[in-house]
Ligand binder design. Structure first.
Ligand SMILES: [Zn+2]
Length: 127
């Protein structure tokens, strides 16, 4: 991924989140109360990351109980004095959010993802 190209393509805030591991303010993201059926793609490279069927209600950031596992990468993150697992796009390495072990069954996972890292697409048929 060409960083200059990405800077042009993304807003300042999107760039800060995706490329500099930023976090959008809690409760502000456009996909928090969003329950349309479809897929969520990486805003930087367009790779498919999450599906609406795995989304569950949350009030701070969009949350998913599962991901398209082959398209994400998990990495230990000890920034801000916390021990967390960072979620990255496997194709472009962009920061998406974090995953926690307090999600609903059957996965028990909570992928806590920035709205600004995602692009929703209504059509679910495209792989
Ligand atoms: Zn990506």
């Amino acid at each position: 991924m060409d960083e200059e190209e990405l800077k042009e393509k993304l807003s300042e805030e999107e760039y800060r989140i995706l490329r500099e591991s930023g976090t959008e303010a809690p409760g502000t993201g456009e996909y928090i109360d969003y329950d349309e059926e479809g897929i969520y793609r990486c805003k930087a490279c367009g790779q498919k990351l999450f599906q609406s069927e795995d989304k569950f209600s949350s009030n701070k950031w969009p949350s998913f109980k599962d991901a398209v596992m082959e398209n994400i990468e998990l990495q230990e993150d000890q920034s801000h004095g916390m021990n967390r697992v960072e979620v990255l796009c496997s194709q472009c390495g962009s920061h998406l959010g974090h995953v926690f072990d307090d999600g609903p069954q059957p996965t028990g996972k909570r992928y806590c993802i920035n709205s600004k890292a995602l692009n929703f697409e209504e059509d679910n048929s495209d792989p």
